[in-house]
Write a protein that binds this ligand. Structure first.
Ligand code: ATP
Ligand code: MG
Ligand code: MG
Length: 590
C-alpha cells in the first residue's frame, strides 16, 4: 500500500517525532497516575491515536475517514491506534452498536491489536479515575458544586456578546462542595438537584470556558457499570481524561470541537499540575468532517431513514453506513483510495459522490474478475447452428491479469443477449444487431442478423441470425470478417437466472433538504422529500453458469455493466443474488 498523501496532521506528527516530544513517555498498559506511569517502561509506541465512537448508532462514511486517518497514522509512524468505545452516557448505548462498530473497523482492514498490545477500551472503565480527578479539582479550588436550577444556569451563562454571571454557589468552600459531590455519588439527590462545574471564568469570550458542567446526577443503569454510579461525567470532561489515561499523543477530532480545545487543555493542565497525569499531555487536533453529495451523514437523519422505513434496515445497500457499503459490495480498499484523495484539511467542503464512485471503480477494475451477465434478456436464435449441440468458448478472467487464466462458457443455438443490442430499425451509428448486419458474439462467432419474431403487440420476442463457422474467437479465421459491433451473451440452456438489485443514489439532489435557488423565503425543505423514488430496481438477469457458485460478498465486474457483489444476507448456497455496487462509468444524469 502506498504511503498516504501528506497532510497538516502528518506534518504535526513528524515535527513532534523530530523534536522527540513523546520519546520519554512511559506506558503502563493501563490507566494510571503520573507516578504509576513513571514506574513503567518507556512507551515503545512512537505515537498513539484513537478512534472513539459513541456506541449509539451504526458507523457511516464519515467515520471511515476518521478510522482510516487514525489507524493510518499509527501504522505509518510506528504507533498504535486505540479503538475506544466512548460510552460515558448511560442511556443511549447498546451492545448491537458495539458489535457493528467492531465489524466495521475490521472490515476496513484496521486492527487495534498491534505489536502484542490489544488496544480495545471502554471509557466507562475509567469512571473511578474520573470521579477521583473531579474530587482533586474540588480540593484544589478548580471545581464547585452548583445548586442553581437548570433555568437559572442557562440565564446566567450569558451570550456570545454578553459575559455570564457568577453563580451564588461559586464561592462555596471546597469542603462543602466535596461533601455535596460525595453525597451526589451516594445517591442522596434527585437528577438535576446539583451539578459539578469547573471554576474557570464566567466572563470568558469562549462560552465553553464559562464554568462548564463536568458531572451531573443521573439515576440510570449503565450497560457496563450497571447501577454502580448515579453521577456521570460530561463528554467534554471525560474525553480529555480518556485520552490522557490511554497515553494518546495526538487526539484527532472534527472541527466542531475546536472551541472545546481550550477546556481540553485547561483540564489536563490542572490534572498534570496536581501530579495526576504524566506529561507531555495529549494534543487535540481538529480536521474538517467528510461531507458527500447525494447522501446524509448524520446519525440523527440515518436513524430517521431506518426507523421510518424509507430503507430496509441499517445495512440497506443504499445507506451511507459501513454495513450498507459492505453489503452493497463497495470495497474497503476503495474507501482507502477515496480518503487519500479527499485528504485531510481544516476547510469544510462538500465532496462530489462521483469521486467516491471513481475510487471504487479504480480499485475494483484492478481487483475484480470479469463475468458475463445479461441484465435485460432477449433470445437470439442461431438458425444454422445445430439444435442440442454445444461447444466451449474460452473466456478471459481478467484482461489486466492474464495470470488469472481463462474459463469456459457454453455456446449453443439459443443465447440470451441484451435487448438493447438489437434494433429492428437501427438508429444512426448503431453497430450491433439489426437485419442484414454482422456483429461479433464476444468469445464466440460472428453472426449475421436475419430478422426477428414479434408477439401480437409488436414487441420483439426473439432475434434470428446465422453464424459464420470459421470466425470463432481465438481461431485463425477470427479476423477474416471485419465487424464493428461486439456483444455479450449466455447460453439459454445453461444460464443462471438470478435476482439482481440495481441500486442508484438514495437522494436525487446533491444536498438533500438544503434550500435551492428560487425557493420562496418561507419554504422549509425536508431531506425526506429529496429521496430518489427509483433508488432500487429489482430485475431477473441471466448470468453465466459459473456465477451460480459465487460466495456471499464475492464481487465481479459484469462486463459492460459494472461491479456486482453476491448479497451477504440474501444469498443461499448455489443461489446467490447480486447487488450492483457501481456502474462502469458515471451514468448519473444521462
Ligand atoms: P454524527 O455527528 O454523525 O452523529 P458522531 O460524531 O456523533 O457522528 P461519534 O461516534 O461520536 O459520532 O464519532 C466518532 C468519531 O468519528 C469522532 O472522532 C468524530 O469526530 C468522527 N466523525 C464523525 N462524523 C465524521 C465525519 N463526517 N467526518 C469525519 N469524521 C467524523
Ligand atoms: Mg458523538
Ligand atoms: Mg457528531
Amino acid at each position: 500500500t502506498p504511503a498516504p498523501a501528506a497532510n497538516f496532521i502528518k506534518n504535526i506528527v513528524e515535527a513532534d517525532l523530530a523534536a522527540g516530544k513523546h520519546a520519554q513517555r512511559h506506558w503502563a498498559g493501563h490507566p494510571g497516575t503520573a507516578a504509576d506511569h513513571a514506574a513503567a517502561p518507556l512507551d515503545a509506541a512512537k505515537i498513539r491515536t484513537r478512534f472513539p465512537p459513541e456506541p449509539n448508532g451504526y458507523l457511516h462514511f464519515g467515520h471511515a475517514k476518521s478510522i482510516l486517518l487514525n489507524f493510518g497514522l499509527a501504522q505509518a509512524y510506528g504507533g498504535r491506534c486505540h479503538l475506544r468505545f466512548d460510552d460515558t452516557n448511560p442511556e443511549k448505548e447498546e451492545q448491537e452498536y458495539v458489535d457493528s462498530i467492531i465489524d466495521a473497523v475490521k472490515w476496513l482492514g484496521c486492527s487495534w491489536e498491534q505489536a502484542g498490545e490489544t488496544n480495545l477500551y471502554q471509557a466507562s472503565n475509567y469512571f473511578d479515575w474520573m470521579a477521583q480527578f473531579a474530587e482533586y479539582l474540588i480540593s484544589a479550588g478548580h471545581a464547585y458544586v452548583d445548586s442553581q436550577s437548570a433555568d437559572e444556569m442557562r440565564a446566567n451563562r450569558g451570550t456570545l456578546t454578553q459575559p455570564g454571571k457568577d453563580s451564588p454557589f461559586r464561592t462555596r468552600s471546597a469542603a462543602e462542595s466535596m461533601d455535596l459531590f460525595k453525597r451526589m455519588q451516594a445517591g442522596e439527590f434527585p437528577d438535576g438537584a446539583h451539578i459539578l462545574r469547573a471554576k474557570i471564568d464566567m466572563a470568558s469570550p469562549n462560552i465553553n470556558l464559562r464554568d462548564p458542567a463536568i458531572y451531573r446526577i443521573r439515576h440510570a443503569t449503565h450497560h457496563n457499570t450497571g447501577d454502580k454510579w448515579c453521577v456521570y461525567p460530561m463528554y467534554t470532561f471525560a474525553h480529555p481524561i480518556e485520552d490522557a489515561l490511554e497515553n494518546i499523543t495526538h487526539s484527532i477530532c472534527t472541527l466542531e470541537f475546536e472551541d472545546q480545545r481550550p477546556f481540553y487543555d485547561w483540564l489536563l493542565e490542572r490534572l498534570a499540575e496536581g501530579g495526576l497525569l504524566q506529561r507531555p499531555l495529549p494534543q487535540q487536533i481538529e480536521f474538517s468532517r467528510l461531507n458527500l453529495t447525494y447522501v446524509v451523514l448524520s446519525k440523527r437523519k440515518l436513524i430517521q431513514l431506518v426507523d421510518e422505513k424509507h430503507v430496509e434496515g441499517w445495512d440497506d445497500p443504499r445507506l451511507p453506513t459501513l454495513v450498507g457499503a459492505r453489503r452493497r459490495g463497495y470495497s474497503a480498499d476503495g474507501f482507502r483510495l477515496f480518503m487519500d484523495r479527499v485528504g485531510v484539511t481544516k476547510n469544510d467542503s462538500l465532496i462530489d459522490y462521483v469521486l467516491f464512485e471513481d475510487a471504487m471503480r479504480e480499485v475494483m477494475n484492478e481487483s475484480d474478475q470479469r463475468r458475463v451477465a445479461v441484465l435485460d434478456p432477449l433470445k437470439l436464435i442461431i438458425d444454422n447452428y445445430p439444435e442440442s449441440q454445444f461447444e466451449d468458448c474460452a473466456v478471459t478472467n481478467h484482461p489486466l491479469h492474464p495470470e488469472l487464466g481463462t474459463r469456459t462458457m457454453p455456446f449453443g443455438r439459443e443465447l440470451w443477449i441484451e435487448a438493447e443490442d438489437f434494433q429492428e430499425v437501427p438508429e444512426k451509428g448503431f453497430r450491433r444487431l439489426f437485419p442484414g448486419n454482422k456483429a461479433r458474439l464476444k468469445y464466440g462467432y460472428i453472426v449475421e442478423c436475419t430478422g426477428c419474431d414479434k408477439d401480437e403487440n409488436g414487441k420483439v420476442v426473439a432475434v434470428h441470425c446465422t453464424y459464420l463457422p470459421d470466425t470463432k474467437s481465438g481461431t485463425p479465421g477470427a479476423d477474416s470478417v471485419k465487424v464493428k459491433g461486439n456483444l455479450h451473451w449466455v447460453s439459454v440452456a445453461h444460464a443462471y437466472p438470478a435476482e439482481v438489485r440495481l441500486y442508484d443514489r438514495l437522494f436525487s439532489v446533491p444536498a438533500p433538504g438544503a434550500r435551492r435557488e428560487g425557493d420562496a423565503p418561507e419554504l422549509e425543505r425536508n431531506f425526506l422529500d429529496d429521496l430518489n423514488p427509483a433508488s432500487k430496481t429489482l430485475i431477473t438477469a441471466q448470468l453465466e453458469p459459473s456465477l451460480k457458485d459465487a460466495l456471499p460478498e464475492q464481487r465481479f465486474q459484469f462486463e459492460r455493466h459494472g461491479y456486482f457483489a453476491a448479497d451477504r444476507v440474501d444469498s443461499k448456497a448455489g443461489a446467490p443474488v447480486f447487488n450492483r455496487a457501481v456502474t462502469l462509468k458515471d451514468s448519473w444524469g444521462k
